[in-house]
Ligand binder design. Structure first.
Ligand SMILES: [Zn+2]
Length: 351
């Protein structure tokens, strides 16, 4: 089952066609040339770190393979096939994915799709199976999938995505065409954002926060994330006393009003902030604060924390983030965070 935010993301990804994908021009050229020459492989494996756009790429290829109107791997976005693909209801697209972000893909999931894949295509002449996070398949599932990859039916395409190439058995890897999808360099991301009208400083910050992911950079850009995060930094994070909960009007109460998704974002910012303080106080060569636009504030705040405190804070926020993923009540979670952080920052008050 997909969480709601994943569903939204999946729909967004389907709305993209190959020509709209930024920064992966070599891969796109390679795929389009294979398609023009009628030499598309029956199985591709897009692999690379989280957030670099493997799924977006895979879904654009799927849409292109099935589009009724546009030639090659292009997709028109308007034909019935494109519309069904975008709505996630295309009868010739099957998806195998882990049941939860950390879950495995078992043999049952592979077998169920193989049974459906053995039927004739419903709409055109092609069928596609997308295996997301193929590196999370159990050995039994990989073994079952191997049969399909070894004896491909005509018109049948398999698109696999994986974060870790080596986590897949060599037998599976050798029967697919692996394509490495790399994070984009910060400058390239900043240039993409600049091209969309963002100021240079803000573009640089978003590019750094996005850690190589175009999708994340664009979302940061569109959602006014930089302003949002800086509001929280200024009203809360730059103030050790507020964090320690020594004021009754502490912004902790503000947090209780946030929707769950926004609270998730806040906790990520919270973790980044303490990580940045640690980075600034240790000045490790080649490691930069994620909130590079707030270096002044970080430099003045870092002296107010010990190394030990920062490590503890990072751990507590990570635990809070875990609890949120496990659907803990948000008020309870905020209360717990406030209490625990207060105990770390003013240990005397807790005795
Ligand atoms: Zn189309």
């Amino acid at each position: 089952m997909l969480a709601t935010s994943d569903k939204r993301q999946a729909a967004d990804e389907m709305a993209i066609s190959l020509k709209d994908i930024y920064g992966q021009s070599e891969i796109i050229a390679q795929l389009e040339s294979a398609s023009r020459a009628g030499r598309l492989a029956h199985a591709y494996l897009f692999w690379g770190p989280e957030g670099v756009g493997k799924s977006t790429l895979a879904r654009a290829v799927i849409k292109g393979l099935l589009c009724d109107e546009a030639g090659g791997l292009a997709s028109c976005g308007c034909c019935p096939s494109c519309r069904q693909a975008e709505a996630g209801s295309h009868p010739d697209v099957m998806i195998i994915e882990p049941e939860s972000p950390a879950g495995a893909i078992g043999i049952e999931a592979v077998r169920a799709v193989q049974a459906r894949a053995s039927l004739k295509p419903f709409r055109g002449t092609k069928k596609v199976v997308l295996v997301r996070r193929a590196d999370l398949m159990t050995p039994e599932a990989s073994h079952a999938l191997l049969k399909s990859l070894e004896e491909p039916d005509p018109g049948m395409y398999w698109i696999l995505t994986a974060r870790h190439l080596r986590a897949l058995p060599a037998t599976v890897r050798s029967r697919t065409q692996p394509i490495s999808v790399r994070p984009l360099p910060e400058e390239e991301l900043a240039a993409i954002l600049g091209g969309r009208g963002m100021g240079a400083g803000e573009a640089q910050t978003c590019a750094r926060l996005a850690e190589g992911s175009v999708g994340k950079a664009l979302r940061l850009c569109e959602a006014g994330e930089v302003k949002w995060k800086n509001r929280w930094i200024d009203s809360f994070l730059v103030d050790r006393e507020l964090l320690a909960g020594s004021s009754r009007r502490a912004p902790w109460r503000e947090l209780e009003k946030l929707e769950r998704a926004e609270l998730e974002k806040f906790l990520d910012l919270f973790a980044q902030w303490f990580r940045d303080l640690l980075v600034c106080s240790e000045s490790v060569k080649g490691v930069f604060p994620l909130n590079g636009d707030r270096e002044d504030a970080l430099r003045s705040e870092k002296a107010r924390y010990t190394h030990e405190e920062l490590i503890q804070l990072i751990e507590v926020v990570a635990e809070g983030r875990n609890l949120l993923d496990r659907n803990v009540n948000t008020k309870v979670l905020i209360g717990w965070l406030e209490q625990t952080i207060s105990e770390i920052l003013c240990p005397k008050s807790s005795t």
